[in-house]
Design a protein around this ligand. Sequence first.
Ligand SMILES: [Zn+2]
Length: 202
Amino acid sequence: MDGHRGGWIEIIAGGMFSGKSEELIRRLRRSVIARQRVQVFKPIIDDRFASDEVVTRDERRLKAYAVATSAELLSRVEIGVQVVGIDEVQFFDAGVVDVCMQLADAGIRVIAAGLDQDYMRRPFGPMPALLAVAEEVAKMHAVCVRCRGAAHYSQRLSGGNAQVEVGDSSYEARCRACFERYTAAPEEEPAVQLTMPQPQPV
Ligand SMILES: [Zn+2]
């Protein structure tokens, strides 16, 4: 985890409410404390993601650069950076896999957090390839709202059938036994907004 030297890729995967972003922040904070040069990126999904977010440790702040594409992410990595954090990596284009590989090959530690599956339990975007190439994978679990077991799935509760969806209370964590296949109510319009759990204040 922190004992490696040089570049590598670690992925923090799991469903919604599983603490992926918090774990990403925890690892990044450790790197900051170790006085490594850290940069953090996240995809621009909608207006809520356009503003830069910060990871704070005491007075120190880490800006999360919102970027539109994996190519833009690569172009914004500064010379001398030792650790690159990526949040919501599942929303990036497929090129993010090569970008992570390039960064790791260049000696950078890449730590990326993302949803491994969508609401239909389909592998999400570039996540399968990222899980394959990563040196280390952490699977995070939420607590199933039904049975309090370890939840691996993001159960959609309302909204349409788009892969990227809807409002604050539209999902809950469910385990395999409690997961139910979602069918959109016919009267509902397909929605395009997105709400993801926000990183906890540090
Ligand atoms: Zn359950």
